[in-house]
Design a protein. Structure first.
Length: 654
């Protein structure tokens, strides 16, 4: 009996172990919006996910994701989730809380003015499907007196593009929606601030009120209320009316944090308070703010980082294990010759850096070099702390060498000029100040747009021209010097060569401007029209028979694009819209020219009558001065006009 009881207890324990999954290994991994659940040991009956630590409220992953045996995958937006694995016996194992923060959020923007971007969660159900909003409801609202400009609500960026969905039921992704809150006209309801919801791909767009044709209220320029930096001191001291400052920091400061407060406006995207990485020397940082009319105010900080890096890139000593350097080594002499016997197959150079902060160029340090018979060119290259390079050239002559090669090579294989150019229309390349005896040229910068440089090398000896080899002038790198070598072989002594080295760096890409502000608007034949940058609505009276205006818009930045609409079939009450968009597309400035009336035209007939009357009066006065007496027969005049009237009536009667 005891044996039977023990047997059943043993079986019960085995079943308990299998149900609870003691040996099971359930793991969770997160990659962006994708969560992968994996079970290594137990047989899986199902995977579940929920937003609370309650298995009863969890959802089967098969309904929203993809399950393949012991692995499941699901796409989720940002949040905290709980995951379960259920085995074949109904036992479950939980993951505990898992936080997802690199997927997407349904952000909300409230009480806004101007143009801004709201990031929302969208989802796709196949690789070729268009993204749909994850949830409805208001996600953007304007401040009092402003409303959503429906014509400017659009997708700013779409991370759903080209997103692979694989076997998933759906996939979450980030979509940025650009929204513009523009100031209501006086005829608009002041209580309707406007809102937008994202029930479609680009969001539902509520309409805005129309502009008043009776002029507008001036909008004050945006200004900073405070400005400070984490390192250094502003010079001069901050004042909201002062737009340019200088900050000096020591060489060990690689970053500066900028803090600022704004009044009557908002920060332009990417130009608000932030941390600036500093290069040595002068660094420019701009803080840009715009008012509700889109007019931008710019504050500029010039941050000067002291460049205390060492400029030494020389050797204090250089020796060879066979032969002798000629002339005797000195740090400031770069060209040497060494004569060795023909049976010497290699030579070893030993050198000492003058400055511990300098370093050898990889592959060009003092080393052992195998020698060919005749002339051998050996180069030792040193970087200083600034990565400026210096070069020592040693011509090693093995065995009997042509007397012209071995005795005097001073004037052999020399260039007389180097010209730099590029196949780029607006390329502005500063030419080097060339010296035939100088073999290394540092700090050559070319515009960002240039990736390949054309190098033209003119030789002192025309016969050497066909023996010039140029290497390294393609695939230039941004911010990192690339070495271009020009090897010149002497036609008279083809075992003798000179190498000129150019260290060329592509400049960083210039930031696209976010300035959409306008410097001036002029209208031909309307000298009375005066542009006021802080007024959104600008009034004008058009001339009689004038149905279109000749408008010239001058933005502050030449790369700003301005579009004019509504400038046709003009009449009283017509509204012309001018929209200027910054180069980087983050900022717009809008002005409205409202036709407030039509100037009355000139009555030509009346002018003629007046002129005739004046002439008759002058004739009358002149005749009277000459002694003539003039009588007016008003009865005859009346009869004349009555006769004309009678003829006109008869014509109409017929």
């Amino acid at each position: 009996m005891k044996k039977i009881i023990r047997y059943y207890i043993f079986i019960f324990l085995l079943m308990l172990l299998s149900v609870t999954g003691v040996n099971a290994k359930f793991t969770i991994s997160v990659n962006g919006d994708l969560v992968t659940m994996k079970e290594d040991t137990a047989t899986v009956a199902g995977f579940y996910v929920g937003t609370s630590n309650s298995f009863n409220s969890a959802t089967n992953v098969k309904n929203i994701g993809y399950v393949n045996g012991k692995t499941a995958q699901v796409s989720l937006k940002n949040g905290t989730y709980y995951f379960w694995r259920v085995d074949q016996y109904g036992g479950s194992q939980a993951s505990g809380a898992v936080k997802i923060s690199s997927s997407c959020n349904n952000a909300t923007a409230t009480n806004k003015t101007g143009t801004f971007t709201v990031e929302r969660c969208y989802k796709i159900t196949s690789s070729s499907s268009s993204p749909a909003a994850d949830s409805s409801g208001t996600f953007a609202s304007c401040a009092s007196g402003y409303s959503i400009d429906s014509s400017k609500t659009a997708i700013a960026y779409n991370n759903c593009s080209n997103l692979s969905i694989g076997n998933l039921k759906q996939r979450y992704c980030k979509v940025g929606i650009s929204v513009t809150c523009k100031k209501n006209s006086s005829s608009s309801s002041s209580s309707n601030s406007g809102s937008s919801s994202n029930k479609s791909n680009s969001g539902n767009k509520s309409s805005s009120g129309s502009k008043s044709s009776s002029g507008s209220k001036s909008v004050a320029a945006a200004t900073l209320t405070s400005l400070s930096v984490t390192n250094g001191t502003l010079s001069p001291s901050f004042s909201s009316s002062t737009k340019k400052y200088t900050v000096k920091v020591s060489g060990d400061v690689s970053q500066v944090g900028i803090s600022a407060g704004v009044s009557n406006g908002s920060f332009v995207s990417n130009y608000g308070p932030r941390t600036i990485n500093l290069n040595y020397g002068s660094n420019s940082a701009q803080i840009k703010i715009k008012n509700s009319a889109g007019s931008i105010t710019t504050y500029t900080l010039t941050i000067v980082r002291e460049d205390n890096r060492s400029t030494v890139n020389t050797l204090s000593n250089l020796t060879v294990n066979v032969g002798e350097l000629s002339p005797e080594f000195k740090s400031n002499i770069n060209d040497y010759t060494v004569q060795v016997d023909e049976n010497v197959e290699s030579i070893t150079f030993t050198g000492t850096l003058t400055d511990s902060k300098s370093s050898y160029v990889e592959g060009f340090e003092p080393r052992t070099v195998k020698l060919e018979k005749g002339s051998n060119a050996v180069y030792i290259k040193i970087y200083n702390e600034k990565k400026e390079m210096n070069l020592y050239y040693i011509n090693v002559l093995r065995g009997n060498v042509d007397i012209q090669c071995g005795i005097d090579t001073t004037d052999l294989a020399l260039l007389k000029n180097i010209t730099l150019s590029a196949d780029y229309v607006d390329a502005e390349i500063k030419q080097i100040e060339f010296d035939p005896k100088q073999k290394v040229y540092d700090n050559i910068e070319v515009p960002y747009e240039i990736t390949n440089l054309t190098v033209t090398a003119d030789t002192e000896d025309e016969a050497d021209k066909e023996l010039v080899v140029i290497e390294g002038n393609t695939d230039l790198e941004v911010g990192t010097p690339k070495q271009i070598t020009i090897t010149v072989t002497s036609n008279k002594c083809q075992s003798y060569k000179n190498v000129y080295t150019l260290n060329v760096t592509r400049k960083a890409k210039t930031d696209e401007s976010s300035d959409s502000s306008v410097a001036d608007i002029t209208i031909a034949n309307h000298d009375e029209f005066k542009f006021e940058p802080n007024k959104e609505n600008l009034g004008i009276k058009i001339n009689k028979n004038e149905d279109e205006l000749d408008i010239t818009v001058t933005p502050n930045d030449k790369n700003t694009k301005c579009e004019i609409s509504g400038n046709e079939n003009l009449k009283s009450g017509s509204e012309i819209e001018i929209v200027c968009t910054s180069e980087d597309g983050t900022s717009t400035t809008t002005y409205y020219i409202v036709v407030e009336g039509v100037n009355k035209g000139t009555n030509v007939f009346l002018i003629i009558i007046v002129i005739i009357f004046i002439i008759l009066l002058l004739v009358y006065l002149l005749m009277r001065l000459l002694g003539y007496r003039i009588y007016f027969n008003f009865e005859a005049v009346g009869a004349f006009f009555r006769g004309i009237g009678e003829k006109i009536r008869n014509a109409f009667d017929k």
